[in-house]
Write a protein of this length. Structure first.
Length: 215
């Protein structure tokens, strides 16, 4: 099997990222870009991000999850703490997040340290989820091998009967992570592959160092 993709080329010409026009705090810069992505109405899920961890087997692994909140502290997502990513984070909390927004020819790469958020915050988000999603979080032993999809569906059907007219409580092994960034890079596509790359790096005095990287 072989397929030559060498002729796949695109000229990036939609915008620029210049030092005189950026904000001093990368979280504020992120908010500016995220607002522009939402306003562009060209991405189905602008909060979709790739989460990369170092697994217990020593290999990096990336998967797409949905960011559910961002603040001046960092970026929050939810998952099963016993999942492959949860176990990887427990062993090594240094992870990478990345967003790719092709309609505006942008990406953001975030290096940071992940930690569990307060239980009451996880409770609050879990309560806001549709019942089907709540029960799905209980039904799935995320990342574990299962004999068939039928096993999962039967497990869910059993839970639907068990929790009929009952409140679904958040499982202890399900909740949120806050990723506190130490480095945030903003990438803007430019013509001739001379892309703009601006990196913010957190310093010991809690200020951000701003540098331009070569493409």
């Amino acid at each position: 099997m072989q397929k030559d993709l060498s002729n796949y080329r695109k000229s990036y010409e939609k915008s620029a990222l210049i030092e005189d026009a950026i904000l001093e705090n990368p979280l504020e810069q992120f908010q500016r870009w995220f607002d522009e992505i939402e306003a562009s109405d060209g991405v189905d899920e602008p909060n979709a991000m790739t989460v990369s961890t170092i697994g217990l087997d020593g290999f990096p692994k990336s998967r797409v999850v949905l960011m559910k909140k961002y603040t001046f502290e960092g970026f929050i997502f939810y998952t099963n703490y016993d999942s492959e990513k949860g176990r990887a984070i427990a062993e090594n909390p240094s992870i990478c997040l990345s967003f790719f927004w092709p309609n505006l020819e942008r990406q953001v790469i975030i290096k940071g340290n992940a930690g569990k958020i307060a239980e009451n915050l996880s409770d609050g988000y879990f309560e806001s989820r549709p019942v089907g999603s709540q029960l799905g979080a209980i039904a799935s032993e995320q990342s574990r091998v299962v004999a068939s999809r039928k096993v999962l569906e039967e497990r869910l059907q059993k839970l639907e009967k068990e929790y009929e007219n009952k409140e679904v409580e958040r499982p202890e092994n399900w909740g949120g992570y806050l990723v506190r960034p130490v480095s945030i890079e903003f990438w803007q596509g430019r013509p001739n592959r001379l892309h703009d790359r601006i990196r913010y790096t957190l310093q010991d005095d809690h200020h951000w160092k701003i540098e331009r990287l070569q493409p």
